[in-house]
Design a binder for this molecule. Structure first.
Ligand code: NAD
Length: 291
C-alpha cells in the first residue's frame, strides 16, 4: 500500500502558487485576494477557515476574515455577500458552511456572484462543471482529482464507486470522475443512503471514494484487493491522551483497509489539505481573470 499524501501535494501546489504570486507582484499587479465569511463559533468551521486564511498568507495572497456572530440575520449576511460581490479589491470569497439553522444556505449560495464563487457552489458554476466548461470546480472534489492526477492514478475505464451524494462532495465527485477528462473517463456508481447491497457494489470498485460522514464506516470486507481508496470523511474523536483532547479519523477504517488496497489517503493529511490547495488554485484563477 502507498499513501496518497495530500499534505505534501498541497504544499507542492502552494509552493508553485507562491512562485506565480511573486512573479505577478514583480510585474506590478496586486496579489490574489480571498475573503472568508465565518458565522458563529463552531470549532470545526473555525479550524477550517483559519487553515484557509493561513494558507493564503503562506502563498502571498491577501486574505480577509469576516467573523460574524451566530445570531446575525439572513438579511445582514446577504448585505455582506453583496458588499463582497461589489468590492473590486476582492477576487473571490467563501461563506463557510454549515450556517446556523435560521439562515437558508441556498439563498446565500445563490447571492454569491458566480465569478467570485471560488467554492464552486453556485448553480451557474455547477452547470458549467456538468457541461465540461471552464469554471470554478468545487474545492473538495477538485482536490481529489488533483491528487489522482499528481499520483498518475489510472482512472480511464475503471469502476469508480462514490459513497455519498451531497451537493458539495459526493455528487460533484461523481460528475468529475465520469467527465471526458484525465483523470476522469471512469464508469461511476453513486451510492447513497437508499442504496441496496452496498458491500457488493463497493467490492467492484477499482476506485472507492467515501464521503458518507460516518466514522470508519468502510471496512476491509467492502474493499476489492488493490483498490484505490479516497477517504473524504473527517471526524473529531475525543482522546484524552492528546494535548488538544481529540484525534481525527475518517469514514474509512484505515488500519483494516490500508493492508488491502494499493493506495489510500490518510486522515488527517489526505483530502483535507487538498481542499485548501484547490481553493487557492480557484482564487488564483479568479484573480488572473480579473487582471
Ligand atoms: P453529508 O452528510 O451531506 O452527506 C452524506 C451522504 O452519505 C449522503 O448523501 C447520504 O445519502 C450518504 N449516506 C448516509 N448514510 C449512508 C449509508 N448507510 N449508506 C450509503 N450512503 C449513506 O456529508 P458531506 O458534506 O458530503 O461530508 C461527508 C464527509 O466528508 C463528512 O465526514 C465531512 O466532514 C467530510 N468532509 C471533508 C472535507 C475535507 O476537506 N476533507 C470537505 C467536506 C466534507
Amino acid at each position: 500500500m502507498d499513501l496518497l499524501d495530500g499534505k505534501k501535494t498541497s504544499l507542492d501546489i502552494q509552493k508553485e502558487l507562491s512562485e506565480k504570486v511573486k512573479s505577478i507582484v514583480k510585474n506590478g499587479l496586486k496579489p490574489p485576494h480571498l475573503a472568508a465569511v465565518l458565522v458563529g463559533d463552531d470549532g470545526a468551521s473555525r479550524t477550517y477557515v483559519n487553515a484557509k486564511v493561513k494558507a493564503c498568507e503562506r502563498v502571498g495572497f491577501k486574505s480577509t476574515l469576516h467573523h460574524l456572530s451566530s445570531d446575525v440575520s439572513e438579511s445582514e449576511l446577504l448585505k455582506i455577500v453583496n458588499q463582497l460581490n461589489a468590492d473590486d479589491s476582492v477576487d473571490g470569497f467563501i461563506v463557510q458552511l454549515p450556517l446556523p439553522n435560521h439562515i437558508d444556505d441556498h439563498k446565500i449560495t445563490l447571492a454569491i456572484s458566480p465569478n467570485k464563487d471560488v467554492d464552486g457552489f453556485h448553480p451557474e458554476n455547477v452547470g458549467k462543471m456538468t457541461l465540461g466548461l471552464p469554471t470554478f470546480l468545487p474545492a473538495t472534489p477538485n482536490g481529489v482529482m488533483e491528487l489522482l492526477k499528481r499520483y498518475n492514478i489510472p482512472t480511464e475505464g475503471k469502476n469508480t464507486v462514490v459513497i455519498g451524494r451531497s451537493s458539495i462532495v459526493g455528487t460533484p465527485m461523481s460528475i468529475l470522475m465520469s467527465r471526458k477528462t484525465n483523470p476522469g473517463n471512469s464508469t461511476v456508481t453513486l451510492a447513497h443512503s437508499r442504496t441496496q447491497n452496498l458491500e457488493e457494489i463497493c467490492m467492484k470498485a477499482d476506485i472507492l471514494i467515501v464521503a458518507i460522514g460516518i466514522p470508519e464506516f468502510v471496512t476491509s470486507n467492502m474493499v476489492k484487493p488493490n483498490a484505490v481508496v479516497i477517504d473524504v470523511g473527517i471526524h473529531r474523536i475525543e482522546d484524552a491522551s492528546r494535548k488538544n483532547g481529540f484525534r481525527l479519523i475518517g469514514d474509512v477504517n484505515f488500519s483494516e483497509v490500508s493492508s488491502k488496497c494499493s493506495y489510500i489517503t490518510p486522515v488527517p493529511g489526505g483530502v483535507g489539505p487538498m481542499t485548501i490547495a484547490s481553493l487557492l488554485m480557484n482564487t488564483y484563477i479568479a484573480s488572473s481573470e480579473r487582471n
